[in-house]
Design a protein around this ligand. Structure first.
Ligand SMILES: [Zn+2]
Length: 446
């Protein structure tokens, strides 16, 4: 297959290009990675805080009649606004959420740039996007994690940090048990991983669940996992019936997941995109095979799929897939794989560069996640983009490159949905992408 060959060649030549600097000192910066100099000194100065983000969005809204800005909720701890921006008035509907993990800020930064283009840009591609698509964007889904200031995260003055979780502290009555899959009890300031907290059951509120669904880990600590019998999910099985129950479901008990769920259902999307960060990863076999360092992967892409694709022979799944998500139609699965597959195609056009190092994030169902819980509700295709390095690992180093790859990937996605050419993407090209290798950050060794 031409596409497969192209990827392999691209990676091999990138590796060769790196070989010449391979013998440099461990601590010396090598363009393209794997390691920048000391990254221990994390610096957040490059990122927009909640107030600055709100200001940027308000300015865009004031200057452009293409943009509609709405506050759809407020964060659990700080009470900061959760914003939603709508642009375009086409029939094809796209929903996008970013920074649901507070220490994964690049998506919000990329959205400001994308909205600037869509609000003020011209040219046939922009016109077509605005005519064909209605795009609903939640630029920052977790303002508490994104803007964690001071000891309790809620101050206006003090050390500015970012972290994965929000700042909701579980209280008696919030739910029967603390959801072990979502709630982090032993942090200085406890909170939820919001991307484990969506409910796949339409209209669900905590307390609606049967007590038997709880798999209790620790009665004393009120800790458990929620496993829902498939026939209680209340969604159509569109691709077989492979499970008795789904595991580690979310409860939708945080204002952030509630606001995003409402936003999703109201926008009724055909397509759903979410932006994340991952740890540092390397493109396998990207060195010259001698002493050359491997090249870092700038971004991984992930698509959810169900039994039809999860049972294909000859595919390297590399992680727990199970039978995938059977609540998605085969059509939505195929379109999901196309969404993910078009990103490396787009990056090929930049030639041998840091942008041309797209890898595949291995998929397995996370029933409390945005994609697995919400996409089935409107049979939306979904994709996840995941740039390398959390901000509390690397700060704003390489921010520009991370924003660039995100903007280019997402704009190309809008263009190809708008002109229909997304259908030309071979969905199997997703499985041709290499699965990256985890690498340790030597600067974190103590
Ligand atoms: Zn994430």
């Amino acid at each position: 297959m031409h596409r497969r060959r192209f990827i392999e060649l691209g990676l091999a030549t990138s590796g060769l290009a790196l070989g010449s600097t391979a013998s440099a000192d461990e601590g010396r910066y090598r363009p393209g990675g794997p390691w920048a100099p000391n990254e221990r000194a994390v610096n957040y100065s490059g990122y927009l805080d909640n107030e600055q983000l709100g200001e940027r969005l308000r300015r865009l809204d004031e200057r452009s009649n293409r943009i509609e800005l709405e506050q759809i909720g407020e964060s659990a701890g700080r009470g900061d606004p959760i914003w939603e921006v709508t642009v375009g008035d086409g029939d094809e509907r796209v929903h996008v959420i970013n920074q649901i993990h507070g220490n994964e800020p690049t998506g919000a930064e990329a959205m400001v740039k994308i909205l600037q283009r869509l609000a003020g840009g011209s040219g046939p591609e922009i016109e077509q996007i605005l005519d064909e698509l209605t795009i609903t964007i939640v630029p920052r889904a977790n303002p508490d994690g994104a803007n964690f200031v001071g000891e309790d995260g809620l101050e206006d003055d003090g050390e500015f940090r970012q972290r994965r979780y929000n700042t909701t502290e579980w209280e008696e009555g919030d739910s029967r048990y603390k959801n072990a899959n979502s709630y982090e009890d032993d942090l200085d300031v406890p909170g939820y991983d919001l991307n484990r907290g969506f409910s796949i059951i339409p209209g669900f509120s905590p307390g609606d669940e049967d007590e038997d669904w709880w798999n209790v880990e620790d009665e004393e600590a009120k800790l458990g996992n929620l496993n829902v019998p498939v026939d209680e999910v209340g969604l159509e099985l569109r691709d077989g019936n492979p499970y008795d129950e789904i595991w580690n479901a979310g409860l939708n008990l945080n204002p952030e997941t509630q606001a995003i769920t409402d936003s999703f259902l109201e926008s009724d999307p055909d397509w759903a995109l979410t932006h994340h960060h991952q740890g540092p990863t390397a493109v396998p076999e990207s060195s010259d095979g001698n002493s050359g360092p491997q090249q870092q992967s700038i971004m991984s892409v992930m698509a959810p799929y169900g039994p039809t694709y999860a049972n294909l022979e000859g595919v390297d799944y590399a992680d727990f897939v199970g039978e995938g998500n059977p609540f998605l139609s085969v059509d939505a699965q195929t379109r999901s794989l196309e969404l993910a597959g078009l990103v490396p195609e787009q990056m090929d056009q930049f030639g041998r560069s840091r942008l041309d190092t797209i890898t595949r994030y291995a998929y397995g169902p996370l029933w409390g996640s945005y994609l697995d819980a919400l996409c089935p509700q409107t049979d939306a295709a979904g994709a996840l983009y995941e740039v390398s390095h959390q901000s509390d690992d690397r700060g704003h180093k390489a921010l520009g490159t991370m924003v660039k790859v995100s903007v280019e990937g997402i704009m190309a996605t809008f263009e190809r949905i708008a002109d229909g050419s997304i259908q030309d993407v071979d969905e199997m090209s997703y499985f041709d992408l290499p699965i990256p290798e985890d690498i340790d950050n030597p600067h974190n060794e103590r």
